[in-house]
Design a protein around this ligand. Structure first.
Ligand SMILES: CC(C)(COP(=O)(O)OP(=O)(O)OC[C@H]1O[C@@H](n2cnc3c(N)ncnc32)[C@H](O)[C@@H]1OP(=O)(O)O)[C@@H](O)C(=O)NCCC(=O)NCCS
Length: 171
């Protein structure tokens, strides 16, 4: 079944919260934030995440159910406002391997490509998240380096691949 890609707004906060918490629980080493930090956030904070002007949250939906999410963060300072950062990418494990993550990310890249300000897209991904790294490579990102011990989860350190994609055609 085909997924529909949508931009979330603050009215979607309950569904967003549910999938975000599932992400933090299922794949703790994929994200900078922890389940324990976010489980007690007040409702207003969840709404604020979706109305933040410097961030857009996209979702993949199947029959109105959120099955995947991904965010884009924008910069406000003039010298760096040509860059966008991909954050919080997650597909519900029951729906993985069906092209949903790829479709979600492709839509984000299309929108960023159409945004006249954006020339460069970047992200960090835990070395262990092989599916994610492969997906980003398939989308055209390339690895520019490895940042060591960027994340600590339950006392264990993890390295992060730094990846980027430059819209050469817009230069
Ligand atoms: C990464 C993630 C979003 C991919 O979502 P998905 O919907 O399953 O991915 P898709 O089915 O669209 O696959 C796209 C590509 O990703 C790669 N990929 C997906 N699953 C893979 C797997 N199990 N092993 C290796 N590569 C895989 C492949 O390159 C695939 O393209 P292909 O099917 O032509 O081979 C999902 O695995 C996930 O949520 N992982 C945990 C959270 C995470 O790591 N987030 C990234 C934080 S930076």
């Amino acid at each position: 079944m085909e997924s529909e890609i949508a931009v979330l707004n603050q009215e979607d906060w309950r569904d967003f919260k549910e999938l975000r918490l599932r992400a933090l629980k299922t794949d703790p080493t994929a994200f900078g934030s922890s389940f324990e930090e976010e489980i007690n956030l007040p409702d207003d904070e969840w709404r604020r995440k979706l109305e933040d002007q410097k961030r857009i949250t996209y979702a993949a939906k199947i029959l109105d159910q959120l099955v995947g999410i991904a965010g884009v963060r924008f910069e406000s300072l003039r010298h760096v406002e040509h860059m966008a950062t991909i954050v919080s990418v997650f597909v519900n494990p029951a729906f993985r391997g069906k092209g949903i993550g790829y479709r979600l990310m492709s839509r984000i890249l299309e929108d960023l490509h159409s945004n006249p300000k954006i020339i460069k897209v970047r992200l960090s991904v835990n070395e262990l998240q092989v599916a994610a790294r492969n997906m980003y490579e398939k989308l055209g990102f390339h690895r520019i380096g490895l940042a060591e011990k960027e994340m600590r989860v339950e006392g264990k350190y993890y390295d992060q691949s730094q990846m980027e994609l430059i819209f050469e055609d817009k230069l």
